[in-house]
Design a protein around this ligand. Structure first.
Ligand code: NCD
Length: 324
């Protein structure tokens, strides 16, 4: 994994801050490592490659699966994990800078995973240290490990269905403005050839133009609409997302009405038996939100729990490459 580590290094350091660090070749090399991790993830095999290593899991924003799956992935390779959760219970609430926090943590742990509400903040942590840093979500910026496990899921599902990713039709649905998972995912998918992206969002929550640069310069077809009925027909993948209300300004919240539920009726009406329905989770199950209906829970097209399972081998591969 040494050569791969050097190929995805950013600014000479072994860190994962953005999907921009990958080429199609290096992403597929990482997925071969993830495939090798599958039996270890399922406890059919044991590995201790990270024995003695300590991970600092620093989450300054809400998280369940990203924090636990990074921690679990590190432990499954024989390492140990120290956690901090929430801004309120950290020294940042006492005014400590990112620089000082990062310098201090570098003496305590061998790698850090950081989630923070500000875009660019994880890169700031990384600049202050030489230990591996992984971006676990920087506000509305990026979420590279999620995009990697999403792409791994799409490739796995497509290989089961006998489909190729080159030339596929991907529908991204929901909050494309603040949703960092779709920002990282569209950039990563753009490494493939001849894709059609349909971007389906409520008014005002469209994908920022700078995120689309990579997809458009690589010649992919990009269509934008505000209607599920218009955008979903023919899709090979429907990737639904939650509206990131916590990132809204007060005016934005006032004018917003949700009408973007992906459910069985619309999937049946617009797509075939081979479509795969994904979501980074959490889905918002509260009254009036419901970005992805529970009425697909027993539908084999719903890939969300296969997707979360894939988070373990993919995150194990990330650690194996960065620290192995
Ligand atoms: C997402 C996130 O935090 O960006 N969750 C995740 O990590 N799977 C999506 C979200 O919060 O809506």
């Amino acid at each position: 994994s040494g050569p791969l580590r050097n190929r995805i290094a950013a600014e000479g350091k072994h860190q994962l801050l953005s999907v921009d660090q990958f080429t199609r070749e290096s992403v597929e090399d990482l997925f071969r490592v993830a495939d090798q991790m599958q039996p270890i993830a399922r406890r059919q095999k044991v590995s201790r490659v990270l024995e003695g290593a300590v991970l600092g899991n620093l989450f300054f924003e809400a998280s369940t699966r990203t924090r636990v799956s990074f921690g679990s992935a590190f432990c499954r390779l024989g390492g140990s994990v120290c956690d901090t959760t929430g801004f309120t219970f950290s020294s940042m609430a006492k005014g400590e800078s990112i620089y000082d926090t990062s310098r201090v943590m570098s003496g305590y742990v061998d790698a850090m995973v950081i989630r923070h509400p500000e875009k660019g903040s994880v890169a700031e942590f990384a600049r202050a240290t030489n230990i591996p840093v992984v971006n676990g979500g920087d506000g509305p910026g990026e979420h590279p490990s999620q995009a990697l496990l999403d792409l791994y899921t799409i490739l796995t599902e497509f290989s089961r269905l006998g489909k190729l990713l080159d030339g596929a039709h991907i529908a991204l649905v929901g909050d494309l403005k603040y949703g960092r998972t779709v920002h990282s995912l569209i950039k990563l998918l753009s490494l493939y050839r001849g894709l059609k992206f349909t971007l389906i969002s409520p008014h005002g929550l469209e994908m920022p133009p700078y995120i689309l640069d990579q997809a458009s310069t690589r010649g992919h077809v990009i269509e934008q609409t505000h209607s599920l009925q218009e955008g979903l027909p023919g899709a090979d993948v429907i990737y639904a997302t939650r509206v990131q209300k916590e990132r809204f300004s007060a005016e934005e919240l006032e004018g917003y009405s949700p009408d973007f539920q992906v459910n069985k009726a619309i999937v049946d009406a617009c797509c075939g038996p081979d479509v795969i329905v994904m979501h980074p989770l959490p889905r918002d199950s509260r009254e009036g939100a419901n970005d992805l209906s529970v009425d697909l829970n027993h539908d084999p097209r719903l890939a969300i729990f296969r997707q979360t399972d894939n988070g373990i081998p993919v995150r194990m591969a990330i650690f194996a490459v960065l620290l192995g």
